[in-house]
Design a protein around this ligand. Structure first.
Ligand SMILES: [Zn+2]
Length: 211
């Protein structure tokens, strides 16, 4: 009986925690909307390094932005071929995006030797930056969502994307009215998994690319 009571208490605590997290996430979204940054019809680009990044690190953000009426597209810099499973992982990415609400016509997967799925290879920052900028300009993107400076998980390919975006920003090469949004916390991910995501709260606010 005592064990059942404890279990009930734990379930109640988990429910309360979940409610608070959802409430917090709604408040955060509201303040972002009030800042005039995230709006209905925004053309938003999610930039990832490998198939599965979209689900592991960005699913709550993607679903949240879709609810706000953003038109989402995705640019993936590799096929995720580290274990020679690139073709399978490309298909999985399309299936995952189908669940997240990103249509195949809005997905581009770069599959070339310049950007191998390999943490020991440093992707050329300028090469990544020029492809990113070309994609942003061609598709009139006004919000970019990508990794933070720690690559969330520390993978060097993730960090290369942050470095390229940071370069475009600091050199003033991005179109006016563009913004960058680092990953947001997964509102309903249990606390032990949240810790694994290594998301830094001070990196959550929307960072305007142009003052
Ligand atoms: Zn990855």
């Amino acid at each position: 009986m005592e064990a059942a009571g404890l279990l009930g208490l734990a379930a109640a605590a988990l429910l309360a925690w979940g409610f608070l997290r959802v409430w917090d996430s709604r408040e955060r979204t509201k303040s972002q909307e009030q800042a005039g940054v995230l709006g209905d019809g925004s053309r938003t680009l999610l930039v990832i390094a490998h198939p599965d990044d979209e689900a592991m690190f960005f699913a709550p953000t993607v679903l949240g932005l879709a609810r706000l009426g953003h038109r989402l597209s995705l640019l993936c810099f590799s096929a995720g071929n580290f274990y020679n499973q690139g073709e399978i992982r490309k298909k999985e990415l399309l299936q995952s995006c189908d669940v997240l609400g990103i249509p195949p016509s809005s997905i581009m997967i770069i599959d070339n030797r310049d950007f191998p799925d390999d943490p020991s290879v440093q992707w050329d920052t300028e090469r990544v930056a020029s492809i990113l900028l070309q994609h942003i300009e061609m598709n009139s993107i006004n919000l970019v969502v990508t990794f933070d400076e720690g690559g969330v998980s520390g993978h060097s390919n993730h960090i290369a994307l942050y470095a390229a975006m940071r370069t475009l920003h600091s050199e003033g090469r991005l179109p006016k009215e563009s913004h960058v949004l680092p990953p947001q916390p997964a509102a309903l991910v249990p606390p032990p998994l949240c810790a694994l995501l290594q998301i830094h709260e001070n990196q959550l606010p929307v960072l305007p690319l142009k003052p």
